[in-house]
Design a protein around this ligand. Structure first.
Ligand SMILES: [Zn+2]
Length: 868
């Protein structure tokens, strides 16, 4: 049986390393960074056959999104989630927002101090061993029997739940089983027809638990602390394919006259003796009739986030079994800054001898090339129309090249996102075309690619001509118009970082909108991958990707924008709105001092999620992160439900932190309004002392409360999940149609409405019967759209060329299967059988994701799929 290892993503501003091990009937992912789901969509990789997700660290940012996509792809099934110590804590931490009744999740933890003798995961195809490393300072000694992560457990943690370590493990396992119970579909026949609606997040948990409701109190209470809080543990993996049995040679067996019943003994490697017809005896050994077994192919995936992990890695006894036999064919090094400068590590690499192929992934040695070309090309073309559309920034030059001391002595190269390696029989890894959804296989942006080639990629000459002519006409038209009179708030820059709902797609990431005011930035929601979108928008100097146009060193890159973000508003605890927050805070806490805190305005569930995540990695909570509870800011205070003790405490804290925030952002006030969604969701109303007022709806159906609280808004940012005509579906899911969103804007007397949070079923521009009428400005959001509020009026003029462009792009995708079936991978000498299997796979539509995006899935099913 053939199987191969292939790259899914390499380190870049918006993602990190992920690899996939492919068997005809099973897939295993190693490394689940943010944007893993999006990368899989772009690369046409189905998640249906996924058996294992192996985390580099417990905090890998793509895990929640991956489990949701996996659950939605297969309806039922089991996913094994393996990772270092802390992984169980992480998965249990998903209980507010990631409940999937038909999914079963097995958490496999590789503990600090484990001797790694037993396989962490094993099935009929592979054995995977985990090697957990953790940082130690140079003067600490490492002993595999006595775990000694640098931080000790804080006493308050053990007091909190009064549980022993073993009890806390059992408790968290119970929670994981409650989130992912693996229930069978209730009719037991057809998995697709009876997908239970996930009762996510905040629905039930707002109630005070009764004393006997153990489940509910488990959901509400904070998790017991991990055994080694913030251990920064990482897991490396030793992966061994199962040895393949040699073939039985029937012809030889017949020649030797082996009687039928004895043949199975030979296949079991037993020697047999039998009588021939002439009465003589014959002995046949297995070697005579059975070909030798193929030894297992072994590869290592080594995850070393920083230099402090090196000692525990090289001193692990797990490697010793692979020194003489079962040597690694491939060794992938997923390493942080400076790791390859360590002499200790370089010696370890060299110790594997000349036959092992080494592949290196690192922000230091990997160029920050475009990860998601479909969205890149779309934005690049939109940019011809207006510079409000920003193509993601990238670089073809890595900060450094691999050191010669290594390249001259071992087979080593930088992992390319198109790297693949056949493992049975093992072949050297090579760069081969990868299937790309909507693009030619193997498409990549290379030095020789011209601007013109990029713009026309996947479009016909005629479509491009028509589009560019339309752009010229519109630009001229806009130029002639007199801009409206200046108003307060015109200079606030609004950047829509993610404009899709539920699951990300090739073109739209999940929710996040940035407001840049003269006094600092405010972020509205932060779905998975928000940091990546920021970094592609503003650049990262450390990755050789400086800020876009303009001049001088004072241009802000993504790190400056993040440091200058003073408030983050979270509307509700749904994954597409909040799970990118931890990554942002983790990065920000490294970049700022405590004199520059960020204020998180959120409900108590999101706060609990952050506090629990803060026990795995430092997010800055305490000095660098302040909280304001959304319920303390309700515009109609008297409606608030009083919760004894809790309210008073939150109100005092909110008053204190809000006062500081108002001062630093020059705000008059921040208020919230309860809106109508499937869980508690709060709209945010931000008013400046300079006379502007921005209202952010969060997820909601048309809501009177929002109209009232947002009266006379300068800008209403409103969700518009569904097209007009789907009011019923919108209501069933707790969302609005485009027309409803516009209507709310009118009732509110808003000056401008920015529509966002479009269902991913609309690859094209979503349609609405509402047109521009009256004086209210209406604009559709796109990912990485960025412009001054004062310029939003221009957007309506762009609709016609954009609609044309997006329709062409989508049409290009519809024919993509034809392109794929051409023999593009001639160089792969596959057996007829495996090619057949592969083609079968290719012909399937875009697998799980199509069921989510494409409009032909029935609305009812849609409503059952993703809770958004
Ligand atoms: Zn929602």
């Amino acid at each position: 049986m053939k199987y191969q290892l292939a790259a899914v993503s390499t380190p870049a501003s918006d993602t990190q390393q992920s690899l996939c091990l492919f068997f005809p009937n099973a897939r295993y992912l190693f490394g689940i960074p943010e944007a893993t789901t999006r990368m899989c969509i772009q690369r046409k990789q189905t998640l249906k056959k996924l058996r294992g997700a192996f985390l580099s660290q417990a905090t890998d940012g793509g895990l929640a999104g991956l489990t949701m996509s996996f659950a939605d792809s297969s309806g039922s099934g089991t996913l094994n989630v393996a990772g270092p110590e802390g992984t169980l804590h992480r998965v249990a931490g998903m209980r507010y927002y990631n409940k999937r009744d038909q999914l079963k999740v097995n958490v496999l933890e590789s503990l600090i101090g484990d001797r790694c003798e037993d396989a962490l995961y094993s099935d009929e195809f592979v054995n995977v061993y985990g090697v957990t490393t953790h940082p130690i300072k140079s003067n600490e000694s490492y002993s595999s029997s006595s775990p000694s992560p640098s931080r000790s457990q804080s006493p308050s943690h053990s007091k909190r739940n009064n549980m022993s370590y073993e009890e806390s493990v059992e408790y968290k396992r119970k929670i994981v089983d409650e989130i992912f119970p693996g229930l069978l579909p209730s009719n037991g026949l057809d998995g697709s027809s009876e997908i239970s609606t996930p009762k996510n997040g905040g629905d039930a948990v707002e109630d005070i638990p009764s004393r006997n409701d153990a489940k509910l109190s488990r959901r509400l209470a904070r998790l017991p602390a991990p055994r080694h809080p913030r251990s920064d543990a990482a897991a490396s993996y030793i992966v061994m394919g199962k040895p393949m049995r040699g073939k039985f040679n029937n012809e030889v067996a017949v020649q030797l006259q082996v009687p039928g019943p004895l043949r199975s003994k030979l296949t079991r490697k037993e020697t047999v003796t039998f009588q021939l017809s002439d009465g003589s005896e014959r002995t046949v050994t297995p070697e005579q009739v059975v070909a030798p077994d193929t030894p297992p192919t072994v590869f290592f995936i080594v995850n070393i986030p920083n230099k402090k992990h090196i000692t525990t890695l090289v001193q692990s006894s797990a490697w010793e079994r692979h020194r003489q036999t079962d040597k690694p064919h491939i060794l992938v090094h997923n390493v942080g800054w400076g790791v390859l400068d360590s002499e200790e590590y370089v010696q370890w690499i060299k110790s594997w001898g000349p036959d092992t192929h080494h592949l290196v992934s690192s922000p230091e040695y990997t160029a920050n090339n475009v990860s998601l070309p479909s969205s890149f090309l779309s934005l690049k073309r939109a940019n011809v129309l207006s510079d409000a559309f920003k193509a993601p920034l990238y670089s073809l030059d890595a900060p450094r090249s691999l050191p010669e001391t290594l390249t001259s002595q071992v087979k080593i190269e930088v992992l390319d996102k198109h790297h693949k390696a056949e493992l049975n029989p093992p072949e050297a890894p090579s760069v081969q075309p990868t299937l790309m959804s909507g693009l030619p296989p193997g498409f990549d942006i290379r030095r020789e690619t011209t601007e013109d080639e990029l713009l026309k990629q996947g479009l016909s000459e005629k479509s491009w001509d028509n589009y560019s002519k339309a752009c010229e006409a519109v630009k001229e038209e806009v130029c002639k118009l007199t801009p409206p009179e200046r108003q307060a708030g015109d200079d606030v820059v609004v950047t829509t970082l993610g404009t899709g709902s539920a699951l990300p797609s090739k073109y739209r990431n999940v929710s996040a909108t940035l407001l840049q005011t003269p006094h600092g930035n405010i972020l509205l929601d932060a779905g998975e991958g928000t940091w990546g979108q920021l970094a592609r928008m503003f650049g990262e100097r450390s990755r050789n990707t400086p800020p876009r146009d303009g001049d001088g060193d004072d241009r802000e890159d993504a790190w400056d924008v993040l440091k200058n973000t003073k408030a983050i508003y979270l509307s509700h605890v749904h994954a597409d709105h909040h799970i990118g927050l931890a990554k942002l805070l983790q990065l920000r806490s490294k970049a700022v001092g405590q004199e520059n805190p960020v204020t998180i305005i959120c409900n108590h569930l999101i706060r609990t999620y952050l506090l629990e995540q803060n026990e795995l990695e430092y997010l800055g909570i305490g000095r660098k992160v302040k909280f304001v509870d959304v319920e303390a800011l309700l515009y109609n205070q008297d409606v608030a439900v009083e919760k004894a003790g809790y309210r008073k405490l939150q109100a005092d804290e909110a008053a204190l932190n809000l006062a500081a925030l108002r001062q630093s952002l020059n705000l008059k006030d921040v208020k919230t309004a309860l809106v109508k969604h499937r869980c508690k969701c709060h709209a945010g109303i931000i008013e400046s002392n300079e006379g502007w007022k921005v209202v952010y709806s969060g997820d909601t159906m048309p809501c009177e409360n929002l109209v009232e609280s947002g009266k006379d808004a300068t800008l209403l940012i409103h969700e518009a999940t569904m097209e007009d005509g789907l009011e019923e579906t919108a209501e069933a899911k707790g969302h609005s149609t485009i027309g409803q969103a516009i209507q709310i804007g009118k009732e509110m007397n808003a000056k401008k409405v920015l529509l966002t949070h479009f269902s991913q079923r609309y690859s094209k521009l979503a349609q609405s019967s509402e047109s521009q009428n009256g004086t209210m400005v209406i604009a559709h959001a796109f990912d990485l759209l960025s412009l001054r509020v004062g310029d939003l009026w221009k957007m309506s003029h762009y609709n016609s060329p954009l609609s044309f462009l997006l329709a062409q792009e989508v049409a290009g995708e519809e024919t993509e299967d034809v392109i794929e079936e051409e023999p593009v991978e001639k160089q792969e000498k596959r057996s007829k059988k495996s090619r057949k299997a592969q083609n079968k796979e290719k012909r399937k539509p875009n697998s799980l994701f199509d069921t989510v995006h494409e409009s032909n899935a029935s609305d009812q099913q849609q409503s059952k799929k993703a809770k958004v």
